[in-house]
Ligand binder design. Structure first.
Ligand SMILES: [Zn+2]
Length: 366
């Protein structure tokens, strides 16, 4: 199944950070060219799991060498001992797969790491990471794992007070999603979410591939379960509305599906958020108004969702589905548009008519 990241743009576009996505490549020189161990990854996985189980940092760090390796090892020890992660060797060679399931995860999250190996005193050691297609935050920053009532916060560089406050905001977002009652039948959401908050914008870019100045947050499914990553540049004013938007994505698992129409995916998240936060509702109303003044009423439902105006228009479309159908029927229909290709042409024509009628009404209202 294909996966896409669902994100929400912030208001103020900023310059692209000139940060390459290859920061973790590092400089890794093997200490000795070869190891006599025919299965070094398997040996390392067993040793890492045992040392983490015994909470033995010395035995854990003995599996790492070189400054890059030591830095990685310290961060790795943290996620294995604070978040219950474990290591195994996936089929195919010089990789290690780190898996963990936190409160708030629906499924196990796993990252495949391409490790650079060397040999020290006759045993295999990890000297760093080779460039990986997917870079988990915990390899870049020393994560603090904070338990919330409705999930888990993974952060770096925040004070205890800041973590407690963000944990409360996480709980509030999860509670608002539950209250909005928009999770369709067939999705097993346990009411929790997992939120990552990188310390630096550069690490946000590496993990998400998106500009931290323009993107407030991302919900992605790349690890096998939806998790949310928040931009460290989010302002207080926008943190809660953006977190709620992303929490809707995570709860309804929209990032885990590649089918469907973007207006339904983004419109639902945006609509739930603007129903809860006047700052979001006010801005979206103004964006739609200026769009209608400049471009008139469009001909169809929004296609690509890129600008903040696109989000606002998508929320109008989803809002009209809820205005015309009973709540449960609206949830079911929006979900069919969002995650499947199963909505009929007649259903699409109906939603399009409601949407264009609403925009026509707004365009005629002074
Ligand atoms: Zn979104």
């Amino acid at each position: 199944m294909g996966r896409r990241a669902s994100h929400r743009r912030l208001r103020r576009p900023g310059p692209w950070l000139a940060t390459a996505l290859l920061l973790v490549g590092g400089c890794v020189a093997p200490l000795e060219p070869t190891t006599t161990d025919p299965h070094p990854e398997q040996t390392l996985a067993s040793r890492l799991n045992l040392a983490a189980r015994n909470k033995d940092p010395g035995a854990f760090m003995a599996n790492f060498a070189n400054p890059d390796g030591y830095r990685l090892g310290a961060r790795w020890y943290r996620v294995m001992t604070s978040a219950g992660a474990s290591v195994e060797v996936p089929p195919g060679g010089s990789m290690l797969e780190v898996s963990w399931k936190l409160p708030g995860d629906d499924e196990e999250a796993s990252n495949v790491l391409y490790v650079a190996l060397g040999t020290q005193a006759g045993r295999p050691v990890i000297t760093g990471l080779r460039t990986s297609p997917q870079v988990p935050l915990w390899t870049l920053e020393m994560l603090d794992v904070t338990a919330a009532s409705h999930g888990t916060l993974l952060s770096s560089g925040l004070t205890a007070d800041e973590r407690a406050r963000l944990g409360q905001q996480l709980d509030a977002a999860a509670a608002l999603v539950a209250r909005a009652d928009v999770v369709p039948e067939g999705i097993e959401w346990d009411g929790g979410i997992v939120v990552e908050r990188p310390r630096t914008s550069a690490d946000f870019v590496v993990v998400t591939g998106l500009n931290a100045a323009e993107t407030g947050g991302v919900a992605a499914c790349g690890m096998g379960t939806p998790r949310i990553t928040l931009s460290p540049q989010l302002t207080d004013e926008w943190l809660e509305p953006v977190l709620l938007h992303e929490s809707v994505h995570a709860a309804v698992e929209s990032p885990c599906s590649s089918a469907g129409e973007h207006w339904a995916v983004e419109g639902l998240a945006e609509w739930v958020s603007q129903e809860a936060y006047p700052v979001m509702a006010d801005e979206n109303r103004a964006l739609v108004r200026s769009h209608l003044a400049a471009s008139g009423v469009p001909y169809d439902l929004p296609d690509a969702i890129d600008s903040t105006t696109d989000y606002a228009l998508a929320a109008v479309a989803v809002g009209q589905v809820f205005a015309h159908l009973g709540h449960d029927d609206a949830v079911e229909l929006v979900d069919r548009f969002a995650r499947t290709d199963a909505a009929t042409k007649a259903e699409r024509d109906q939603v399009r008519t409601w949407y264009l009628d609403e925009l026509t009404r707004r365009a005629a209202t002074p």
